[in-house]
Ligand binder design. Structure first.
Ligand code: TXA
Ligand code: MG
Length: 347
């Protein structure tokens, strides 16, 4: 791949236009959203979108989310075959915001975006800079998270630079992401609406609007060998730091005892604030035990810090609760751990 000079664009009106120009010309820009940074390209230009896969090292069978800056953009850009009633209800309740809706795609969506599926994922982010860049470019933007494939998603412009310097034209610095974890993905293309990836908009919140909502089996469980993923991104070991993450299924006291009995220079605890005083290893905290929103916010940042510390090769964490936003933390952590869970009740 040719090495590019990656511009770091500060948050100014002039740079919004600069980012928009690069995108209109088929280039790639790392853009802030309220969830995580996205690696954006013109969603209607298959060649531009193909560069995203090369820059990230992303498997071509993993489709991308198309970002818009107004609900009416779905129709204006002719992105889908028809807008389901449930999409209108969810948009009214949660857009702009951390919710992605999958619908039957129109022919305008390049295969590079939909990875050969007959659907397209659409999101209207709430981050003002994301909205301003989409509006200035006046095109829908295909954007996966702006990390190298397999690494934790980036929540600051610096994270994007660390992964993408030399691979893309620019990174727009819109500050740290407020949610810190990718959007909830729900498919509306089948009979019953189904969550494919949990996020800041919880299953409980979706049920309040739609009534019936299913949760895909791959959200909390490893796919059986050879099974087809409804959301291709969910089949990979993902979000993983270089250090080995091991999840412990146990009580709070058992967690402390287990980690302390494995204490060593290269061992760490990915834990909650309340555990810190009792632990005899280096700690990386996700926040308070019952505060799932702050745990979601801190997760990727702490996973990156484990590697940045340089000497940790094993990090022990507790299997989180699946309640509310806890389900999103659970979903990302079991992937970071490559589904390695030690059940202390059974050993
Ligand atoms: O918060 C987010 O969603 C961020 C920001 C940048 O918007 N984007 C993001 O994109 O997380 P990405 O590519 O890292 O994750 C998109 C997920 C993947 O698991 C992908 O397989 C799934 O959504 N997906 C995309 N289009 C799909 C489709 N048509 N059908 C099923 N799954 C789809
Ligand atoms: Mg991603």
């Amino acid at each position: 791949m040719k090495l590019l000079k990656t511009l770091l664009l500060t948050n100014t009106a002039e740079n919004i236009n600069k980012a928009a120009e690069i995108l209109k010309n088929g280039g790639l820009v790392g853009i802030p959203t309220e969830t995580v940074y996205g690696l954006a390209a013109n969603a209607l230009n298959g060649k531009a979108v193909a560069k995203i896969f090369a820059a990230k090292g992303r498997p071509m069978d993993n489709p991308l989310i198309v970002h818009i800056a107004d609900f009416n953009d779905i129709e204006r850009f002719n992105l889908v075959r028809e807008i389901p009633e449930n999409a209108k209800k969810l948009a009214k309740a949660f857009w702009p915001g951390p919710l992605t809706m999958i619908m039957k795609k129109s022919d305008i969506i390049p295969d590079e975006v939909s990875a050969g599926l007959d659907t397209v994922a659409v999101r209207f982010p709430s981050h003002p800079a994301a909205q301003a860049i989409i509006k200035a470019a006046d095109i829908p933007l295909a954007a996966p998270s702006a990390n190298l494939s397999g690494s934790p998603s980036p929540t600051t412009a610096e994270h994007v630079m660390n992964d993408m310097n030399g691979r893309i034209e620019a990174v727009f610095d819109g500050g740290a992401c407020s949610v810190g974890l990718e959007s909830t993905v729900i498919t509306l293309a089948g009979e019953v609406s189904r969550v494919l990836r949990p996020g800041g908009i919880t299953v409980e919140m979706l049920k309040d609007v739609l009534g019936e909502v299913e949760v895909d089996n791959a959200v909390l469980h490893k796919l059986a060998n050879g099974a087809k993923a409804a959301s291709p991104g969910m089949k990979y070991k993902h979000y993983a730091p270089k250090a080995n993450v091991i999840l412990l299924k146990c009580s709070d006291d058992e967690y402390i005892d287990y980690v302390n009995s494995h204490a060593a220079e290269n061992v760490a605890a990915l834990c909650c604030d309340e555990d810190i005083p009792s632990l005899k290893v280096k700690t990386f905290t996700l926040g308070k035990r019952n505060d799932y929103i702050s745990q979601a916010h801190n997760l990727f940042d702490e996973l990156r810090k484990i590697d940045e510390s340089g000497k940790i090769n094993t990090a022990y964490s507790r299997l989180p609760s699946t309640e509310g936003v806890g389900m999103a933390v659970y979903n990302r952590l079991i992937r970071a751990a490559g589904f390695e869970v030690v059940d202390l009740e059974k050993v």
